[in-house]
Design a protein around this ligand. Structure first.
Ligand SMILES: [Zn+2]
Ligand SMILES: [Zn+2]
Length: 249
């Protein structure tokens, strides 16, 4: 965020009482949700698919995988998210991304921290194209990664993976069209950071996980750069309940 924006946010935080990130009601402490919004959040956790972490409605054993992952083993080592996509999760994501509510990056990170894998070695945020970064002033995924780094003690690298091509919003496009749109959008910046990727277990940090097209494109680039494993970690994730319900193991 640019200096003026940062100063404004700081002044606002000082002057105003903490508010619920979901509805704006005054709450007891910063980063806390009111009881109504809190109880409406659907936290994601086991039992879930061992490969993609889609929640199962009943426990099928730790190694059980959903039908989609059995048919096509994913390139990632898991897709973790704090909460399922819903009204409150969406509000937090939109305000963080478009309304300069950068404090929500910490709100999200606090609820995401428990999902950082024990053996993770490096956090990498999904990068923004530099034009978009310049216009918005900050990359919300990078802000989340910074807070996760502070909470977990795992270093964050926000420069090695870069977005070399700005892509139009992917909403409403088919799976194939999304994949095609982002295929060549990412690359590694040559240098020390790229050399240090070899053998790492990277946590790829994003705000919202939808189809996986963007993270798949990032993962392909990271794996080509020698990264051993990539776990995706997002604030919120769109759950395809039909897919989970019809899955077998
Ligand atoms: Zn609320
Ligand atoms: Zn799965």
């Amino acid at each position: 965020m640019r200096a003026a924006g940062r100063l404004l946010a700081f002044a606002r935080d000082l002057a105003l009482p903490p508010r619920c990130p979901g509805c704006g009601e005054i709450v007891g402490a910063a980063h806390r949700f009111c009881a109504t919004c809190w109880s409406s959040l659907r936290f994601i956790g086991p039992p879930w698919c061992a490969a993609c972490n889609i929640p199962f409605d009943h426990d099928r054993g730790e190694a059980a995988r959903c039908a989609r992952c059995i048919a096509e083993p994913p390139a990632h080592a898991g897709v973790r998210a704090a909460v399922a996509y819903g009204a409150v999760a969406r509000t937090v994501a939109l305000r963080l991304k478009y309304a300069r509510r950068t404090a929500y990056a910490e709100t999200a990170a606090r609820l995401m921290a428990r999902h950082v894998p024990d053996d993770a070695t490096l956090l990498i945020p999904v990068p923004l194209h530099r034009w978009r970064l310049w216009r918005r002033g900050y990359n919300q995924a990078a802000l989340i990664a910074d807070h996760l780094s502070r909470l977990s003690g795992i270093p964050a690298d926000r420069t090695t993976l870069e977005r070399c091509r700005a892509t139009a919003p992917l909403r409403g496009h088919s799976r194939r069209a999304r994949a095609q749109a982002v295929r060549a959008a990412f690359r590694l910046r040559a240098g020390e950071g790229a050399a240090a990727l070899r053998g790492q277990h990277v946590v790829l940090v994003d705000d919202v996980y939808t189809s996986g097209a963007t993270t798949d494109a990032c993962i392909a680039v990271l794996r080509r750069g020698g990264v051993a494993r990539v776990t995706v970690l997002a604030w919120t994730r769109v759950l395809d309940d039909d897919a989970a319900g019809t899955s077998t193991d």
